[in-house]
Ligand binder design. Structure first.
Ligand code: F6P
Length: 319
């Protein structure tokens, strides 16, 4: 392995920069030339690459986003588009690629590997929905951002004795919702793993009011329902002012927390080690605090959706 390309793809996540930095510096320490590819698979297709040196990644470990840029590029599923990309990789004499992203990005990595270019995937997404790892790069930062927001909402909803509904990201994974509701002290939660019925939620909220709750915070994963409508429904039946807040892209930005920086640094270094050892089509993960690798094919087939029932039970007890 003499020349490697690195790209970030899909939704950006805090810690992606730290991962790129680790990939770059580890490569250079192994005398491998490293090229940054701009804007994910789109940049690969458009042949936008740059040779990176150790100073290209100075002062980025603490920065959110990704300095290489990222895109969603669904056209990459087309074979003829991928052929152009492969041709660009060959013209640049790249021996392998490191792909930092979520499930969609892993599908691209798997396909490129099949077309003869070894790829290693690093899990970069706030959603924590990647199979083969306990945690993804960016997850803990987003979690902290959400909990900070919930703390603020608590101040105002408690002052006004209101019910507050908070919609958080996560796509079809409830981890951000579940963990933020525990850390934020919220009793009502709606997860993709549950069969959601607004009537049941209302019933729980009403029980809380009966118990003497002055205000309440409900945390809900995106795409479960229209939270503005849900707020109106709850307000109508409880006669308590109810407000909905969609946290949105605030959750994706910001300086990565320590855990994400360390996770990204470890994973980036490990990815290069794997390439040196001749591995391809693998994805890096962390399991019980140990960095591991697994088949990327398996990862793309299984979107991680393990319902953490033990944690859910804790919430019920703290209610
Ligand atoms: O995958 C990360 C994520 O932020 C999801 O939580 C969210 O559903 C999605 O990306 C939003 O995607 P986009 O940036 O394309 O709007």
């Amino acid at each position: 392995i003499k020349r490697v390309g690195v790209l970030t793809s899909g939704g950006d996540a805090p810690g992606m920069n730290a991962a790129i930095r680790s990939v770059v510096r580890t490569s250079l320490s192994e005398k491998i030339k490293i090229f940054g590819i701009y804007d994910g698979y789109l940049g690969l297709y458009e042949n936008r690459m740059i040779n990176l040196d150790r100073y290209s990644v100075s002062d980025i470990i603490n920065k959110g986003g990704t300095f290489l840029g990222s895109t969603r590029f669904p056209e990459f599923s087309k074979k003829k588009i991928r052929h152009v990309a492969i041709n660009n990789i060959k013209c640049k004499n790249l021996d392998a690629l490191i792909i930092i992203g979520g499930n969609g990005s892993y599908i691209g990595a798997k396909k490129i590997t099949k077309m003869g270019i070894p790829c290693i995937g690093l899990p970069g997404t706030i959603d924590n929905d990647v199979f083969g790892t306990d945690y993804t790069i960016g997850y803990f930062t987003a979690l902290q951002t959400i909990v900070n927001a919930i703390d603020r909402l608590r101040d105002t909803s408690s002052s006004h004795k209101r019910i507050s509904i908070v919609e958080v990201m996560g796509r079809y994974c409830g981890d951000l919702t579940l963990f933020s509701s525990i850390a934020g002290g919220c009793e009502f939660i709606v997860l993709p793993d549950m069969h959601f019925k607004k009537e049941n939620l209302l019933q729980s909220v009403q029980m809380g009011i009966k118990k003497g709750k002055k205000h309440a915070i409900i945390v809900i994963t995106e795409f479960m329902c229209d939270v503005k409508k849900l707020a109106k429904y709850i307000e109508k039946h409880t006669h308590r002012e109810t407000r909905a807040t969609i946290l949105g892209y605030i959750q994706r930005g910001g300086s990565p927390v320590v855990y994400d920086r360390i996770l990204a640094s470890k994973m980036g270094a490990y990815a290069i080690e794997l390439l040196i050892k001749g591995y391809k089509g693998r994805c890096v993960g962390i399991r019980n605090e140990k960095i591991i690798h697994s088949d990327i094919q398996k990862s793309v087939k299984n979107i991680k959706k393990i319902f953490k029932y033990n944690l859910f039970k804790i919430i019920k007890k703290l209610y």
